[in-house]
Design a protein around this ligand. Structure first.
Ligand SMILES: *Cc1c(COP(=O)(O)O)cnc(C)c1O
Length: 419
């Protein structure tokens, strides 16, 4: 593995750095306190106390009762569990979700369709927002659950979960929200949201990967997805991932505490980055509504370039960002989120997401703003998509690719020399 001298990490919606406080809280449970929390003797039950403490910390982050918090292995499991439970407990066969969900929902929906269930993917508007009339029209007598994400991981656009949950309540349909992108960025209060289920994933809030939670509102009928032991009060079989749970608890505390920083300082960094790009690099446009939006996320289309090339060039100078598009070998599928928003495939393929976090500084933004414009300019100068390209008519794509590869090799060689 190679890590550049310094990494400028602007991909916090993909995962986040483990906070030192979180790591410290976890260590004892990877060393001395390795007992099984289900054991009756003290060596196990003392561990159990820490799991319950973490449950209180996570519950506090979302305004829930600790009994309403079930630990899972990840955000994906939480989402799958909520939808599965709704289908099992209601005996109904229809699920409503949206076209811009995380693949945890999109692909689970496709799986359900293969199993004979019906899934409606609600379309979104050009700015990524949801038309709630369409939701009302989509609800049927056999609808078990509506699952809509709170904050979109690619664009940061927020859905009005309170209103969605109110519609669900009035129609007697369960409501789940994937709130994985919200901790530390939005104030979360399950009571005022009015949802029945809410998912979080710890690695999006400076805790380890492989631990998540599902909020299950009190008195909601529930069917477990993982069936086994009586852990999590019978709601999820499997020995608790103690160290990760403890880390998640500590991270939940920190996320509550960093809420104002993310909303002022981090938002300021994001806005400076976005405004500078949009005003200084021609033919750029923000994807998705300006507001309501997460304070840390910006998704920008750079016309006439391919995001994958931009990301490769950024990577060479140690900048981590993302295209949000699934990169399958040979073909570059545009992001399903941008496609659902009606963004043309060409523009979608040139879109880059920058997602900031509490560890980003003004220097990071300066560094990106120094390197990004020449990278875009360079790529455009060799781009067959660029209408201003000197010999656009008879443009040799293969030649351009080869030259591009060569440029990258030279850039890489220079990098090695410098290092
Ligand atoms: C990251 C993410 C997930 C998946 O969480 P995992 O813990 O990686 O399974 C789900 N939904 C959203 C919105 C995410 O950003």
């Amino acid at each position: 593995m190679s890590v550049p001298a310094k990494t400028y990490y602007l991909d916090n919606n993909a995962t986040t750095r483990i906070a030192p406080e979180v790591f410290e809280a976890m260590v004892p449970f990877l060393t001395e306190f390795w007992g099984n929390p289900s054991s009756a003797y003290g060596f196990g039950s003392q561990v159990h106390k820490h799991v319950e403490r973490a449950r209180e910390q996570v519950a506090a982050l979302v305004g829930a009762d600790p009994k309403e918090v079930t630990f899972t292995s990840c955000g994906t499991e939480s989402n799958n569990t909520a939808i599965h439970s709704a289908l099992v407990t209601t005996g109904k066969r229809h699920v409503i979700t949206t076209a811009v969900e995380h693949s945890a929902n999109i692909n689970f929906g496709e799986h359900l369709q293969k199993m004979g269930f019906e899934v409606t993917y609600l379309p979104v508007e050009g700015d990524g927002s949801l038309d709630l009339h369409r939701l009302e029209q989509a609800i049927r007598p056999d609808t078990a659950i509506v699952s809509a994400m709170w904050a979109n991981n690619e664009t940061g656009v927020l859905f009005p979960i309170e209103e969605i949950a109110a519609i669900c309540r009035s129609r007697g349909v369960l409501c789940h929200t994937d709130a994985v992108q919200t901790p530390g960025k939005l104030k979360i209060d399950v009571k005022s949201l009015g949802v029945d289920f809410l998912s979080l994933s710890a690695h999006k809030l400076h805790a380890p990967k492989g631990i998540g939670m599902l909020y299950i509102k009190r008195r909601t009928k529930f069917a477990p997805y993982l069936i086994g032991g009586h852990q999590e009060r019978g709601r999820r079989g499997g020995t608790e991932n103690v160290a990760n749970i403890v880390g998640f608890g500590r991270a939940a505390e920190l996320a509550g505490a960093s809420l104002s920083e993310e909303n002022s300082r981090v938002r300021g960094l994001r806005d400076r980055l976005e405004n500078h790009i949009l005003s200084h690099i021609p033919n750029t446009v923000r994807n998705g509504a300006k507001e309501p939006r997460l304070p840390n996320t910006t998704n920008i289309a750079f016309d006439f370039v391919e995001a994958e090339a931009v990301l490769m060039m950024l990577d060479l100078v140690g900048i981590c960002a993302s295209s949000g598009s699934a990169c399958t070998t040979g073909s570059l599928d545009p992001s399903h989120v941008l496609s659902a928003m009606g963004v043309k495939p060409m523009r979608a393929r040139g879109s880059v997401r920058f997602s900031l976090g509490i560890y980003n500084t003004d220097d990071d933004v300066d560094y990106v703003l120094k390197h990004l414009p020449p990278i875009i300019e360079k790529l455009r100068s060799i781009s067959p998509l660029n209408p201003e390209h000197p010999d656009n008519e008879a443009y040799d794509i293969a030649g351009a690719r080869a030259k591009h590869e060569q440029d990258l090799a030279i850039a890489k060689a220079n990098e090695v020399v410098q290092a």
